[in-house]
Ligand binder design. Structure first.
Ligand SMILES: Nc1ncnc2c1ncn2[C@@H]1O[C@H](COP(=O)(O)OP(=O)(O)OP(=O)(O)O)[C@@H](O)[C@H]1O
Length: 585
């Protein structure tokens, strides 16, 4: 029942509609008492041979009126209660989705996509069932059960009622016992569903890699294993359900036997009429549904409770990156002053960055180079406020980036990752994702700057060509250029290319960089790259190793330095020459 308390905030908010719903249920229960009694009276009248035509017509009219009134009252509770349940699901779904969008990277590292999907589907449905089916089952077991019981006592015979319901408390005891077992089993079943979701999500996303490495069979076996585990756990839930349901039927049958034996005795000893016994049996039949409702109620509540706890656990996770309520609302502009003393990823003791400091005057370009895993992307992630737990400050236009409103800071940065995400939409919508109102002309200009223009012209439907999961596949280089066009369209104060040219050939890269230099004279750019030709023209190049700056300067200075940069540059030049030679030869 605690789930009702947990959802009380919603019931309080929606009390008017629930009042209508419960009112409708009470009315339905009261109206349901009338027909069995009328039938009982008819039986008695027929039995005694005193049924007048006028009485028959009157009772039939009454039956019809009751049926019509029940139609109305049922309509009343159904629309109110099912409507509220759907609304609750909507409220929680929106809240959860909003919460997901507000969370930081740490959260998405902790929870896997499949888990988050399971919470947003299965768990919310289970909670929705509490607000709909749960309320109905509660009302049915209490209201319908209660009014029927009162009718049995007051209209028929209290002794017969007591004897007939003797087996019922057994049901309550069982429901309690089984309820706790079902709670545990259902929680396990939801967790298994999450794992299965994760597995399916991972396998579908990674299908190319799986096939490329010939791991289909292993992956299938792994999936089979997960399915088997999920089925086993679900079987346990079903077993518990199956133990409970037939018990309910048995208890009800026992009641019937008692009623027929004792009721028959009362009729033969003229203590009640045969019509009263007929009415009583009808009432007993009306008790069956409320009894099942008790069973279903415990089930619904336990499941809803487990799901509610899981959803609340997610909603209670707070983002470590907090949007400063008094933060600057103007877009940042001007010099970037990056000064991070220490940064470690949450839950990791190792220092990911140490003493990273550099300044970029507005309009200048900084290049970040270094080995794989040296910390280049980490430097950029802090700039994007994906993590705030570092010592030191990063200033943009003289203000600490933590003192900007997110809505002011993030749109001022055009971030292009190595592997971008394409939405299932047209090329045009993908390019103008961050500025949906951009004109076709602006989209085309961005496509020209990122050297994608001619290729789009060659596509079947030009800018209307669908890409993403439901459209054509773009090559790695095309995806990267689309991502650059997307970032350029917002003409950001700061453009960050995070290994974003790795999949384009050297010639295209040179062209794009030339376009950027010409276009972005006043704006700042950070380029992180493995190919050193990408950063050659930068105003300052930082060589990162093990989270620290190990060399810095312009290209010429670094070449004179005789360090990693020079060695790497010469090696890459040689490789290019060898490749070029091989192609020419
Ligand atoms: N989310 C994370 N949690 C914990 N450690 C991380 C996380 N992301 C990166 N790291 C670690 O931080 C270090 C720096 O990673 P980073 O991605 O910044 O390197 P990089 O220089 O950008 O590499 P690459 O050139 O391959 O992109 C690596 O040791 C990496 O394992």
């Amino acid at each position: 029942m605690s789930i009702f308390a947990k959802l009380s905030w919603y019931f309080k908010e929606e009390w008017k509609t629930y009042l209508v719903g419960v009112g409708g249920l009470i009315l339905t229960a009261l109206l349901a008492i009338i027909p069995p009694r009328i039938i009982g009276l008819l039986v008695d009248a027929i039995h005694s041979g005193k049924l007048a035509a006028s009485t028959l017509i009157m009772l039939l009219i009454l039956l019809t009126v009751v049926a019509i009134a029940q139609y109305g009252s049922r309509y009343m509770w159904r629309t109110a209660i099912w409507g509220e349940a759907a609304k609750l699901e909507k409220v929680l779904r929106n809240r959860l989705f909003w919460h997901y969008t507000q969370m930081d990277q740490e959260f998405f590292q902790k929870y896997r996509t499949g888990d988050l999907m399971a919470h947003a589907t299965n768990d919310l449905s289970a909670i929705q069932r509490v607000a709909g089916g749960g309320i109905l089952q509660f009302a049915d077991s209490m209201i319908t059960g209660g009014t029927t019981l009162i009718a049995m006592v007051s209209l028929i015979d209290w002794r017969l009622t007591i004897i007939a319901i003797i087996p019922f408390p057994l049901l309550a005891v069982m429901a309690r016992y089984m309820g706790s077992k079902i709670h545990v089993a259902f929680r396990d079943s939801q967790a298994a569903f999450s794992r299965l979701n994760n597995k399916a999500e991972e396998s579908i996303t990674g299908i190319k890699v799986i096939k490329g490495l010939g791991q289909q069979e292993e992956d299938m076996a792994d999936f089979d294993d997960q399915v088997a585990q999920t089925i086993n756990i679900n079987r346990r839930v079903n077993r518990l359900d199956s133990l409970f349901d037939p018990m309910t039927t048995m208890i009800i049958s026992l009641s019937y036997v008692i009623t027929i034996v004792y009721g028959g005795y009362l009729v033969t000893t003229s203590q009640i009429t045969i019509g009263a016994l007929v009415s009583f049996v009808s009432y007993l039949a009306m008790m069956i549904w409320p009894m099942f409702a008790v069973d279903m109620l415990f089930n619904t509540l336990e499941r809803g409770n487990a799901s509610y706890d899981r959803v609340m656990d997610l909603l209670n996770q707070t983002s470590k990156v907090i949007d400063d309520p008094n933060g600057a609302t103007t877009a940042p502009r001007g010099e970037i002053d990056y000064d991070v003393e220490k940064f470690s990823y949450p839950g990791d003791n190792r220092l990911a960055l140490e003493n990273i400091n550099f300044k970029i005057p507005a309009g200048k370009t900084v290049g970040l180079v270094g080995r794989v895993g040296s910390g280049k992307s980490t430097i950029l992630r802090l700039m994007l406020r994906q993590f705030d737990n570092y010592t030191g400050t990063i200033k943009f236009g003289g203000i600490d980036i933590r003192h900007y409103k997110m809505d002011a800071l993030i749109p001022a940065i055009g971030y292009v990752p190595q592997d971008t995400f394409l939405f299932s939409d047209s090329i045009r919508e993908n390019i103008r994702f961050a500025r949906p109102e951009a004109s076709q002309e602006a989209v085309e200009t961005a496509a020209k700057k990122s050297d994608l223009y001619n290729q789009i012209k060659g596509m079947p439907d030009g800018y209307d060509t669908a890409v993403g999961e439901e459209g054509i596949s773009l090559s790695g280089g095309q995806r990267q250029r689309l991502a650059i066009a997307r970032a350029l369209l917002i003409n950001p104060e700061l453009l960050i290319l995070d290994d974003a040219l790795s999949a384009v050939d050297a010639e295209t890269e040179t062209q794009i960089l030339r376009n950027l230099r010409a276009e972005r004279k006043e704006k700042t750019t950070i380029i992180s790259a493995h190919r050193l030709s990408s950063v050659m023209d930068a105003d300052e190049i930082l060589v990162i190793n093990d989270g620290q700056i190990v060399e810095r300067g312009t290209h010429d200075q670094l070449m004179a330095n005789n360090g990693w940069y020079k060695e790497m540059f010469e090696r890459q030049e040689l490789e290019t020459k060898v490749k070029g030679g091989a192609q020419n030869g």
